[in-house]
Write a protein that binds this ligand. Structure first.
Ligand code: 4AD
Ligand code: MG
Length: 462
């Protein structure tokens, strides 16, 4: 018989019907003539109670010896459960034991710290929290595609290996097929990347934006959703070396429309998490972050605050004594400042825009004041920056000057400059860090726990 997931059984099952389900044993409790087995299959937060009578074949030899972590398939009839908080139980007529986990199974039924679970990232999806994160991640990915597809955006797969540094920050991982111990050298003695796989230096992308711009200036509204890589040595609970980013890019959009879209997007996703992932969100609200549901409702139901960078600085300067890093006009906002604005001052998401050009990337459109650029960041409680975006500089000469002024090589950006030469138009976009979104939507504290196998300084395990 075809097995069913616990989710399906809870949604569609009827008492008296025969079902087969498969999964991993959480606990076993023995009564006089039978055992209760709590079985989980990862399809939802709930497990299923299996009642295994001692008359079952194999009861004495294996069923009554099942341990936490063992894998089994059960066939039996669905019965209304007398127990509180569970709809059905399964009265087993046969149980196949696939594996009896030895006693040293690292996930015994007790609370484990997230630090410990990171060391066993190959087994941690079997815990309630990491299972819930995996389901939330999947559901939000789907919602992201749905959001854009419903609005006529075209999904573009931008390259992962690239020769351009989108953010111009030099924080890229090298991709090379040269023999690291004995690379070919130029006459000058430097490594000869002309002899490398791509005939030039190549790296892992930090953002798909530049390539997305090419497609926006052909197809109108596009988005990317892919992995990005940053070799920044940030050992924080909000940075990863490999993370997933969603980057919409829209031709004929200006900064204001960009901000509107970002706000609509985040509010849509908060509503989606509350409605479509309720069981997991309830779990997070109970066990991880007591303010989670309130925060998500607040995001979904209310307009975001919008402030210029200058207004934000004026506000922050009033509280400079409370900050580790003091702010004044021109300073980059640290996460303590971002969180202060969204958590203390406004108590909801805040969009800060028109930042000083000196602290932002080369491609952002220069304002008429020549001091600020049309950049915007969406700041949210507990995380700080969730989204970074901008209207793009669409004037060829201004862009060339910006690239030069920042010490970047104009030659490297020739194709990007072509977009301004041939059919250039106003356009704008933003990038949302998917793992930061998951922190926001789950209440989890550390970004290393919302991606299956985190990569960060000193760790590429698994
Ligand atoms: O602000 P960032 O650097 O912007 C860009 O990359 C633009 N090219 C986006 C665009 O306009 N298309 O990064 C965007 C977002 C940040 O707001 C943050 O949420 C996330 O990506 N992010 C990180 N997430 C995890 N770990 C890191 N090291 C991150 N760096 C950025
Ligand atoms: Mg940013």
């Amino acid at each position: 018989m075809q097995q069913k997931s616990i989710t399906k059984i809870l949604q569609q099952g009827t008492a008296g019907s025969v079902v087969t389900l498969c999964g991993w044993v959480r606990t076993r409790r023995d009564a006089k003539t039978f055992s209760f087995i709590e079985l989980h299959d990862g399809s939802c937060m709930s497990g299923m109670q299996i009642v295994a009578d001692n008359s079952l074949p194999g009861y004495d030899d294996s069923i009554s010896k099942l341990t936490t972590g063992s894998s089994i398939c059960v066939t039996g009839s669905l019965a209304d459960s007398p127990g509180k908080g569970q709809k059905f139980e399964v009265q087993a007529t046969s149980i196949t034991v696939h594996n009896r986990a030895p006693e040293e199974y690292p996930l015994q039924k007790k609370r484990h710290t997230f630090e410990y679970l990171r060391e066993i990232a190959h087994l941690r999806p079997r815990t309630n929290s990491l299972g819930a994160i995996a389901r939330l991640r999947s559901s939000l990915s789907y919602a992201i595609h749905t959001f854009f597809q419903q609005r006529g955006f075209i999904c573009v797969h931008t390259p992962i290996i690239t020769a351009s540094d989108c953010e111009g920050a030099g924080e890229m991982f090298r991709v090379s097929a040269l023999d690291a111990h004995n690379p070919p050298r130029t006459e000058g003695g430097t490594v000869d990347f002309g002899k490398d796989f791509f005939g030039k230096e190549a790296r892992l992308t930090v953002s798909g934006q530049l390539e997305a711009e090419c497609y926006a200036l052909a197809l109108g509204k596009v988005y990317t959703f892919g992995p990005t890589f940053r070799a920044e040595n940030s050992n924080t609970s909000r940075h990863l070396a490999e993370f997933w980013m969603i980057e919409p890019e829209m031709a004929f959009y200006e900064l204001l429309q960009d901000m509107d879209l970002a706000e609509e997007f985040v509010r849509y996703l908060a509503r989606h998490a509350l409605d479509a992932c309720r069981e997991d969100i309830d779990f997070f609200n109970l066990r991880i972050e007591k303010t989670l549901i309130r925060t998500l409702e607040n995001i979904a139901d209310n307009q975001f605050v919008r402030l210029t960078y200058t207004e934000a600085i004026t506000e922050l300067e009033k509280h400079n004594e409370t900050f580790e890093y003091k702010v004044s006009w021109g300073a980059d906002l640290q996460s303590e400042h971002e969180r202060f604005l969204t958590e203390q001052v406004h108590k909801k998401p805040v969009i800060v825009y028109n930042y000083p050009k000196a602290i932002k990337a080369f491609y952002m459109k220069l304002n008429d004041d020549e001091k600020t650029v049309r950049a915007m960041d969406v700041l949210v409680p507990r995380i700080g920056e969730l989204i970074g975006g901008s209207e793009r500089e669409d004037r060829h000469d201004v862009l060339v000057n910006r690239i030069r002024a920042l010490g970047l090589d104009v030659d490297d950006y020739r194709w990007y400059l072509d977009l301004r030469k041939f059919g250039g138009a106003p356009h704008a976009g933003f990038g949302l860090g998917f793992e930061r979104l998951l922190l926001l939507m789950s209440g989890m504290q550390n970004i290393r726990d919302v991606i299956p196998f985190p990569r960060y300084p000193g760790n590429a395990e698994f």
